[in-house]
Design a protein around this ligand. Sequence first.
Ligand SMILES: [Fe+2]
Length: 259
Amino acid sequence: MRDLREASGLPIALNTQKNRLVLGAGLTKVTPAVRYLKEMREVLVSKDTSSPRELYYMYRGLRKIKDETAIRGNKLRYDVTIIRHERLGPEFMKTAGHYHPGCFGELYEVLSGEGWCLLQKKNSRNFRIIEDVILVKARAGDKIVIPPYYGHILINIGKECLVTSNWVSGEFASEYELYKKSGGAAYFVLEDKLGERFEVNAYYQSVPRIRVAKPARKIAKFGLKAGEPMYPLLYKDVQKLDFLNNPLKYDYRDVFVFL
Ligand SMILES: [Fe+2]
């Protein structure tokens, strides 16, 4: 069992045997949505991989019962995702990938483990032309701001499960279709003897080189710091989450440190 109370600001723990959350008192009972291998085949480099059967678990809309009105009033949603550590054939474990409709942003936090977020920005007229790719390397405590228009996948490159939380606007549903049609993100991240290797997804017509970054420890313009749990932003700092519903009012230049 791993206590995630300090990391998240919520009374939750990770059952490391079952890859499930243990929800403490006062939380709504959220049943995780399970992402199965059979739903992910289109986005894998190796389509015939046979295990594991379950890849990750999404606790959408996790909250304290008493916070329901505040969360709804601010048009927000808080989720926790548990991504297993096993490999998908030659690939590191990853999420399916999605874009947000319009320009909605997102704020992730790594609660446990080591994760990469692969961001891509598509051309507005042709989704097979990718204009920017950013690989954000994050570890526990880091926050990742997803700038407007960037699609994203999470990759577990660690040896244990990766647990992330996210605040996101409650006003939209993610769009998975373009990642499926494209057979995955612009790059596949494969494990080989020397570590990791990147392979361009040939479905895309144009893919730029990856810009590698880490999250800024202190994101001054957003008033966010690594290591400070982000669920409690709801109580006295909810304006720091305004960019999720009004993304174009903000400047995203300082959210990453490029390596
Ligand atoms: Fe998202």
